[in-house]
Design a protein around this ligand. Structure first.
Ligand code: ZN
Length: 167
């Protein structure tokens, strides 16, 4: 907090200096409060979903809502630093009725296929990524209803799961 305070004071001083300058040097709008844009999410499109994952085995979302009858774009970002062999993440959307725990356990044995088990339990999935990587998938939104998503890396589904709601 101390650092933030110091930066705040520094910026404020800068602001004063800038404002104290000559009138003709007046610039349009100061951008100190603008934070760097982390995601490229289009706020007007609920089907353009950005979800992040980290080294603490977490997604930043527990619930995703999209609209039916449209394409869904999932951008999965791994904002951690760890390699995909130890902290790999993916986004796997399950069909309705698929048991998440059973699926997760089956997926854990499918290492050769990046933890996507054989069968037709999955609606869509990204590839497995490690720290600093991004994966993008696009698919048609399934019919209206509530679905489950998870990371199928062994053991991760206990924390890395959520609801995918199509409205
Ligand atoms: Zn994971």
């Amino acid at each position: 907090m101390k650092v933030i305070k110091i930066i705040g004071i520094a910026l404020f001083s800068l602001f004063l200096i800038a404002c104290g300058g000559k009138e003709e040097k007046k610039k349009e709008g100061f951008s100190y409060e603008k934070k760097p844009e982390v995601s490229s999410k289009d706020e007007s499109n609920p089907n353009d979903v950005v979800i992040t994952s980290n080294d603490a085995m977490q997604f930043n979302k527990k619930e995703i809502k999209v609209q039916a009858g449209k394409k869904v774009k999932i951008t999965l970002k791994h904002i951690g630093k760890m390699d995909k062999n130890v902290m790999g993440h993916n986004f796997v959307l399950l069909k309705q009725g698929v048991d998440l725990v059973k699926f997760g356990n089956k997926a854990a044995t499918a290492r050769a296929n990046n933890y996507i088990p054989e069968g037709d339990d999955v609606i869509a999935h990204t590839k497995l990524i490690g720290g600093g990587e991004t994966a993008v998938i696009e698919f048609e939104a399934p019919e209206v209803g509530t679905y489950q998503f998870l990371c199928s890396f062994p053991g991760h589904y206990a924390l890395m799961k959520g609801k995918f709601i199509v409205e």
